[in-house]
Design a protein around this ligand. Structure first.
Ligand code: GAR
Length: 205
């Protein structure tokens, strides 16, 4: 069993998908803690309902982003977390954090990286940019986290067609459906030891 820590900022539908997969016995892992940087994140309630320990850590209580990250890191290490999943965690991690957990942090992004990603490109903004640019295909990427923003080795990708009459809401809904398949799948593969990072590439054994 892999000890998993999930970081969230919002509604936590991806967290819910992971919980459901674990409950069905599809992932050889256990979520030990869900940490949020937002007090009112609905994902915290989802976790509580599932009997998972939750923690809200307020950035404003720390003098620097480094101290804030160190606190999150301490909480994860104290619980012997082996895999960190960023499930809609809309915050940048520090170098120290990433070094400590290199190759053991997974992020989900609601577009086909390297399109519509990078600094300031997250959540609904991504779908708005996709619609504004008029692309016909968008999608989902699950990747390992490195020091850059959305630049780490890609584990899985899946495409979603953009419809002419799509709004942010309708597109987001279809993309989320795919996210809820892809993120648990990547975690399952990780927990089975089937993901091999080779430079920028991830080989699935
Ligand atoms: C998801 O669409 C996820 O891909 C996105 O935030 C949303 C969280 O939804 N993440 C990013 O944009 C990261 N750059 P959820 O809280 O319902 O899982």
């Amino acid at each position: 069993m892999v000890n998993i820590g999930v970081l969230i900022s919002g509604s936590g539908t991806n967290l819910q998908a992971i919980i459901d997969n674990i409950n069905r016995g599809e992932i050889k892992g256990k979520i030990q803690i869900v940490i949020s940087n937002k007090k009112d994140a609905y994902g915290l309630i989802r976790a509580e309902k599932a009997g998972i320990e939750t923690l809200y850590i307020n950035r404003k209580e720390f003098n620097s982003v480094e101290e804030y990250n160190r606190r999150i890191l301490d909480e994860l290490k104290r619980r012997k977390i082996e895999l960190i999943v960023l499930a809609g965690f809309l915050n940048i991690l520090t170098q120290e954090f990433i070094e400590e957990y290199r190759g053991r942090i997974i992020n989900i992004h609601p577009s086909l990286i390297p399109s519509f990603c990078g600094k300031g490109c997250y959540g609904d903004k991504v779908h708005q940019m996709v619609l504004d640019r008029g692309v016909k295909i968008t999608g989902v990427t699950v990747h390992f986290v490195d020091e850059g923003t959305d630049t780490g080795p890609i584990i899985l990708q899946s495409s979603v067609k953009v419809a002419e009459d799509d709004t942010v809401e309708t597109l987001k809904e279809r993309v989320l459906k795919v996210e809820h398949e892809l993120l648990p799948k990547a975690i399952r593969l990780y927990c089975e030891g089937r993901l091999v990072i080779e430079g920028k590439k991830v080989r699935i054994k």
